[in-house]
Design a binder for this molecule. Structure first.
Ligand code: 13P
Length: 265
């Protein structure tokens, strides 16, 4: 099944309201609605509404960087899936490497799974991040880590919801380091992820799930990564903060899009 490439900008904890508006407005005015590449941006949660306003009427979708696993109640400081949907979010990133490994307390697979199920129940689409650390790769554990994170992260999810899932393969050692996975490393990991997804949800569902690559994606390496058969897009950090760089990455996706039209966002 053909999969439409999906390029997402993860702005992480960067930019002011004014800078978010300027970046979103420039992207909104540059991405044509008929481009065969899906695009989303995930600003800091306090700026979701201003970015949503700047994107209004454009082809670019809005996403959040995290969410809590309950829909309302006494959970000070948390934001629920229905709240994100209410202010116009289509997507939420869950299980990002920084929430698994950097920000304390670290999120574990059980919490990530609760968040995935809650987000889907709240009407959001999920970008589930998975990836191995450098130590795990050196010890030959990459595949077992990816399989464990997928199995646990998507536990108890009905296969009919698979179309609402994007997987982001983000090797921890490639995030923010300038050290990108080679095209072979990315393709090998993505193909393995798809095999795992087929085991969990069946081949048809697995063939419809987009698998983004993330980790030091730049205008200079995007075209090669996106040309890999199982690389269905990119989750871009640093390079998504500059409109021109992010647009170049989207345009690299356009080069490959003739081979990969299909799935709607
Ligand atoms: P960088 O593109 O800055 O390496 O970040 C990748 C990432 O973590 C996207 O979620």
């Amino acid at each position: 099944m053909a999969r439409k490439l999906f390029i997402t900008g993860n702005w992480k904890m960067n930019l002011s309201a004014e800078q978010c508006t300027a970046l979103a407005s420039k992207l909104a005015g540059s991405v044509e609605p008929d481009w065969p590449v899906a695009v989303a941006v995930c600003p800091p949660c306090v700026y979701l509404s201003v970015v949503g306003a700047a994107l209004d009427g454009s082809a670019i979708r809005l996403g959040a960087q995290n969410v809590y696993c309950e829909s309302n109640g006494a959970f000070t400081g948390q934001i629920s899936p229905p709240m994100l949907a209410d202010i116009g979010c289509d997507y939420v990133i869950i299980g990002h490497s920084e929430t698994r490994h950097t920000i304390e307390p670290h999120e574990d697979d059980a919490l990530i799974n609760r968040k995935v199920l809650a987000a889907l129940a709240g009407g959001l689409k999920v970008i589930l991040c998975i990836g191995e650390t450098l130590d795990q790769r050196k010890q030959g554990q990459t595949e077992s880590i990816l399989e464990a994170q997928l199995t646990a992260g998507l536990a108890n999810m009905h296969s009919s919801l698979a179309e609402k899932i994007t997987i982001a393969y983000e090797p921890v050692w490639a995030i923010g380091t300038g050290q990108t996975a080679t095209t072979d490393q990315a393709q090998q990991a993505h193909a393995f992820v798809r095999t795992c997804l087929a085991g969990q949800f069946g081949l048809a569902a697995a063939n419809g799930i987009r698998i983004q690559y993330g980790g030091s994606v730049k205008p200079t390496n995007a075209a090669d990564l996106l040309a890999q058969p199982d690389v269905d897009g990119a989750l871009v950090g640093g390079a998504s903060l500059k409109a021109d760089d992010f647009l170049e990455i989207i345009k690299a996706g356009l080069q490959n899009a003739s081979q990969t039209s299909g799935t709607a966002v």
